[in-house]
Design a protein around this ligand. Structure first.
Ligand code: GTP
Ligand code: MG
Length: 348
């Protein structure tokens, strides 16, 4: 922790990509649960946040992430839908992200929402890595669960390896057409200038240690300074979704990216008409490694510190809008904070 009163917050990692390319499966692997199975038709229609602490990342990454090399607290993953009709949710995820994973099915290559995701990442200047997913779906692939990918590529027959590489080079070519120099991640030394491609399988876990190591390394090297926030200051966040929660009425699924929010805090929330001024009745947190939207997995907490996902219960939230800013008023005047929220809402 830096000595100047600030803390290092968790980087926000958006997972973007075409429908069915494996975003939710990849996050399922990371959180060791099975959200995909719960979703109707397995098509993601929400955006959800999952906080994964550094020690869990390190454990999953085996020897590839030594926790003593990092002082960032972990990664906060945000799943997004790939279906073409959810482009606002993708933009919102992209806008919130400090860094992103672009998931591309190696057997299917670039598709319309892959292109769309790249446009969002370029527009928001979000650094990203490519998860070239589903290597195990290439005919003849031999799996070894959760193993680092280079050894697995070496262990395949020449034919299988060349089939996988064909898909990978196609992705690298399409990235180049989109204006990004890309290469296999182990050949990339400057991740600011080049996009690293991580062959992987969300199903078998192969390449997942590599993906986590690249994300942690990138975050630590390029995002650390930006992650220094005053976690005692009034929170700033974004509404992901406005949802009904039994026993709490209308609630906000939110990501807090700065400061802190306490139960009882006065908040201003962007809304369709005038911003809402209200008071936090309860802060609901998913239990560790659970998904923010699964109904049974909440506990009430007194405080949430950036960066984290939280469900906010408060009166008067019916007009709140997904994508809108949330601000804790703190010592400031309600008028000043309301003006800030109004201004930000106009820029969205
Ligand atoms: P949307 O949220 O609808 O955009 O899809 P998604 O990108 O989240 O895809 P999802 O994780 O739901 O996976 C789609 C299908 O691909 C599921 O049947 C998964 O089991 C399968 N799948 C995902 N990753 C892999 C993988 O690495 N290998 C194989 N063989 N199948 C995979
Ligand atoms: Mg999904």
């Amino acid at each position: 922790t830096p000595a100047d009163g600030t803390d290092l917050r968790t980087p926000i990692v958006a997972v973007l990509g075409h429908v069915d390319h494996g975003k939710t499966t990849l996050l399922d692997h990371v959180r060791g649960s099975a959200v995909t199975a719960d979703e109707a038709g397995a098509i993601t229609q929400h955006i959800g946040a999952t906080h994964v602490p550094l020690d869990v990342i390190s454990e999953m990454a085996g020897g590839l992430v030594d926790p003593t090399d990092f002082d960032l607290p972990g990664l906060l993953f945000i799943d997004t839908p790939g279906h073409h009709s959810f482009s606002t949710l993708r933009s919102r995820g992209g806008a919130l992200a400090d860094i992103a994973i672009l998931v591309v099915d190696v057997t299917d290559g670039f598709q319309p929402q892959t292109e769309e995701a790249i446009d969002i990442l370029a527009r928001t200047e979000t650094p990203f890595v490519v998860a070239a997913n589903k290597v195990d779906a290439v005919g003849g692939w031999r799996s070894e669960p959760n193993a680092p990918i280079q050894g697995r590529l070496d262990a395949q027959t020449d034919r299988v390896r060349s089939d996988v590489e064909e898909g990978l080079y196609e992705i690298i070519g399409d990235l180049s057409d989109a204006g990004f120099t890309a290469d296999f991640y182990w050949r990339v030394s400057d991740f600011k200038a080049n996009v690293g491609v991580v062959p992987c399988s969300a199903e078998t876990g192969e390449g997942m240690p590599d993906l986590l190591a690249v994300l942690m390394g990138l975050s630590q090297r390029y995002l650390r300074e930006a992650m220094a926030v005053d976690t005692t200051g009034p929170a700033a966040g974004t509404v992901l979704e406005v949802t009904d929660q039994q026993g709490f009425g209308t609630t906000l699924d939110a990501v807090i990216y700065d400061g802190r929010i306490d139960a009882g805090d006065r908040i201003v929330v962007g809304a369709a008409n005038a911003p809402i001024v209200t008071e936090v009745r309860a802060l609901l947190k998913p239990r560790p490694l659970a998904e923010i939207r699964s109904d049974d997995a909440f506990e009430t907490v007194d405080r949430v510190v950036a960066a984290d996902g939280v469900k906010i219960a408060a009166p008067e939230l019916d007009d709140a809008m997904a994508g809108a800013p949330i601000r804790v008023v703190g010592d400031r005047s309600v008028e000043a904070v309301t003006a800030e929220v109004r201004e930000e809402l106009q820029s969205v």
